[in-house]
Design a binder for this molecule. Sequence first.
Ligand code: URA
Length: 271
Amino acid sequence: MTAGADLDYNAARAALEWLIELGVDSAVLDEPVDAYALPETLNTPKPAAAAVASQGPGPRPLPVPEAGPDPVAEARRAAAAAKDLEALREAIAAYDLCELKKGAKTTVFADGNPKARVMIIGEAPGRDEDIQGKPFVGRAGHLLDKMFAAIGLARTSPDAEAAFYITNVLPWRPPGNRDPEPAEIAQMLPFLARHVELADPDLIVLMGNAACAAALNKRGILRLRGHWAEAFGRPALPMTHPAYLLRQPHAKREAWADLLDLRARLNARAP
Ligand code: URA
């Protein structure tokens, strides 16, 4: 973007933030780059290889990927080492192997009462959550708070019976609020599993497709919603995401039925 050469620091920064907001996640140079061209060094055979090459045509040597840590194994190791929720928060914040982290302003861990009997799992932070560092604080979050208040649950309640605890499958905002990719979900799953283990809720609510993909390895929320399943060894209720309810208000009727079902389960299993 040569036009950017005239911008001062603040204007350039604002322009860059605007592009990130639109979902741009890679920089493109003025000249086209052939990403498929092999680097010069790969085309020039080394002495030993040259001898083999001189024997006739053969398969072209493939670039050998640099060996790095296995992101899932590393997530498993870091998650298992966390002995409490604070340690888990720190472990996630220190985990550098997920590309999403580079584009996010904050690591969004959780909100609400960690002792609550109900734990809600959403998808990933959006713009508001990324700014505030807390899950579900934008429009969808306000609707979610109202929905759960209607069955007597609030994230701010100090009483475990009347509270909920809330987190997301991904702690970092995907660029432009795109859907999480399966590889990103798989990568962060060990942290989510440990999160549930440490918070130890009685019941889980899976908000939307990404939560169902992570916890049940299933998609199709409109089919799954309202049917109790088992996730992380405990009862879990898939529900339509509040962002979907904002777009499709007619679906609130079914969501209300699901909330009443959740309330009935809580009452039935009251300590
Ligand atoms: N949607 C989510 O799934 N999670 C958030 O934190 C915000 C919006």
